[in-house]
Design a binder for this molecule. Sequence first.
Ligand code: ZN
Length: 323
Amino acid sequence: MSKVKYYYDSESLSYKKIERKKRTTFKYAFVFLLGSALFGFLFVFIASQYIQSPKERALKRELQNSQLQFELLNKKMAEAEAVLSDIAERDNNIYRVYFEANPIPEEQRKAGFGGINRYKNLEGFDNSKLIIESNKRLDILQKQIVVQSKSLDEITKLAEEKEKLLAAIPAIQPVSNKDLTRMASGFGMRSDPFTKVRKMHWGMDFTAPRGTPIYATGDGVVTRADNRSSGYGNHIRIDHGYGYVSLYAHLYKYNVKRNQKVKRGDLIGFVGSTGRSQAPHCHYEIFKDGQRINPINFYYGSLTAEEFNELLEHASLENQSLD
Ligand SMILES: [Zn+2]
């Protein structure tokens, strides 16, 4: 119910009703509504600057969670970097040294990526720095893993080669200790059994009864099994590769033929006294790159320290060789 308003008319000395025109009423109503609407918009606008909607709150939580996850990932990356750097150090200082490969330089292991900016599409966001740093770290880590993996491939190859080399080099006695009468003469200046003149004895003499087994001292191929070499009588030569050749002389009989492949420890022939020999024995020589070298340095495969010392003592005696 609208209030009825009156006014005092001083001329008629009475109260009179105030009559308002309808147009004026509409005008007031319009102004009031417009004002209310403007005020409302303004209020919502200002409030929205300070009060978050449920959707905004959810997005914010998600962003915080992403940042936390990024930080955790970075921690994990740091752990992976530490493990890889430990492997790289062992690779450089143990494996590569052991197999006589040059260490991989630090610059090569830790090389970054030059040239174009690979991370341009990640720029321009609030969290660009975090994302770019993480990407860089991961890229470098990935590259380091590739370098490391290649290095280990190389080491594996070298290890296989080393194994072959170790199997090839003449590393045992050609005559087993139990069959040995004695070690008659070593490598060095010895008196010749026939002329009694002091001359170089280029091998070692293992004295044993005729027919005693002689063994290949390393893996290789028989290049000769004949008596067409002056003085040696029936003799065998084995090419071990890597520049090594072993020679077994004055044999009674052969157990191998030319071009036959042999393994270390294979029975290749029997002790005799053919050629320039004074008594049954095995004259044994080792060649490295065509030069005859002292076989005494090669028996680490089969002798105990005691046996080796004994052998060394006998071999260094300046006695007469059996040739
Ligand atoms: Zn000899």
